[in-house]
Design a protein around this ligand. Structure first.
Ligand code: TXA
Ligand code: MG
Length: 353
């Protein structure tokens, strides 16, 4: 398949090209588009043949359900049982458009393939002008997982999208780097107690502040697979992983640096053939004798970590790094979502000090 790339900036959106992309969605094609979180691989979420193309392009297991993207809260009732008001109304009012995905009981307009056979559907209204124009132009709900090959870090810029998806989709809209850098928060509102299924751009504190009690699914910490049934099926797969081996070190600023220095020394003493990368916070960047040091930001600024984490994991692979030693940050506020992704990228290789 020949993939066309439509390049535009958010302050001069090319309505003609967006219209072409929307027509492509209507015809059952695939379009990758930017959102405020990460790039999404979109198709008509109400057309099973179109949705199937998403799973093929990503190499994604088809029991892993998709988020349906809408351009107005008014569209919710076309795909789910809602009716307005209540806690869901409060969430929508405060956080939409934005990085919050709400899981509701679905209606029969939504095909099983979009929800992995579940009786619920995940819905989000993204805060991105290009995405909103594409969705409203297509006149449907756009199913869109992150636009990476299944298992790899989500793409936050067009270069990373093209690396994974050139030749696998009809159109890529290059709208420049995304703002937040981590995927949306997923909250299940389909049963009596709201439950956080995936931490993201909206924090648990903000959710509780808006609707009161919110349970935490055990998978949200990112530490290993939880016992029993997995509520957000996407969270059970190895995810966000660079090709290089990654070891995550969680602890205080100084002890983390000492531990990683000792790990690097051990690699060097073993003959030195291993290409070592360190994902270091700003505060520790001068500490390491590694082949490559990438710095997402200050340990105390989780939003910089969120923005840069995925693209840096991909960069280590491009640099040919064999092993990444990564510094953790405090798992508070947005740092909780950052650590969820880092722990999962490390696939359980974690040293807790
Ligand atoms: O920020 C985002 O959410 C991005 C952009 C493109 O919008 N999308 C995204 O989609 O991250 P994806 O497919 O990579 O992740 C969707 C997550 C998965 O963990 C999936 O299991 C969960 O949402 N999910 C989807 N439908 C669900 C449902 N009905 N019940 C529970 N979890 C669901
Ligand atoms: Mg994903």
């Amino acid at each position: 398949m020949k993939t066309r790339v439509f390049k535009m900036s958010r302050d001069s959106i090319d309505a003609g090209l967006i219209n072409e992309a929307a027509e492509c969605i209507k015809r059952g094609g695939t379009v990758i588009f930017p959102t405020e979180t990460v790039y999404g691989l979109g198709a008509d979420g109400l057309n099973p043949d179109a949705v199937r193309k998403i799973y093929v392009a990503k190499g994604r297991p088809s029991d892993n359900p998709l988020i349906l993207h809408i351009s107005s809260p008014d569209y919710i009732d076309a795909i789910a049982n809602y009716g307005g008001g209540g806690k869901i109304g409060k969430l929508i009012e405060r956080f939409w458009p934005g990085p919050l995905t709400i899981v509701l009981k679905k209606n029969d307009k939504v095909p099983d393939i979009s929800t992995g056979g579940l009786d619920t559907v995940a819905i989000r209204m993204p805060d991105d002008e290009i995405a909103l124009m594409l969705i409203s132009g297509s006149g449907t709900a756009i199913a869109a997982p992150s636009a990476n090959i299944s298992g790899k870090p989500s793409p936050t810029n067009a270069e990373d999208v093209i690396e994974d998806m050139d030749g696998k989709v009809d159109i890529i809209i290059d709208g420049g780097p995304t703002g937040i850098g981590l995927e949306s928060t997923v909250v299940d509102m389909s049963s009596s107690v709201p439950k956080l299924l995936r931490p993201g751009g909206i924090t648990i504190e903000e959710l509780r502040d808006t609707i009161g009690d919110v349970e935490l699914d055990p998978s949200t910490s990112g530490n290993g697979s939880p016992q029993g049934k997995v509520r957000s099926p996407g969270m059970k797969y190895r995810h966000y992983s660079p090709d290089a081996g990654m070891l995550l070190v969680e602890g205080g600023l100084k002890e983390t640096a000492e531990t990683i220095k000792a790990l690097i020394k051990k690699e060097r003493d073993n003959g030195g053939k291993v290409v070592v990368g360190v994902l270091s916070c700003e505060e520790n960047r001068g500490e390491y004798d590694a082949d490559y040091i990438l710095v997402p930001g200050s340990r105390f600024n989780p939003s910089d970590y969120a923005k840069n984490l995925f693209s840096m994991l991909r960069k280590f692979d491009r640099l040919g790094v064999d092993v990444i030693f990564a510094e953790g940050i405090p798992a508070e506020g947005l740092g909780f979502a950052v650590m969820n992704r880092m722990r999962r990228a490390a696939g359980g290789n974690i040293i807790t000090l």
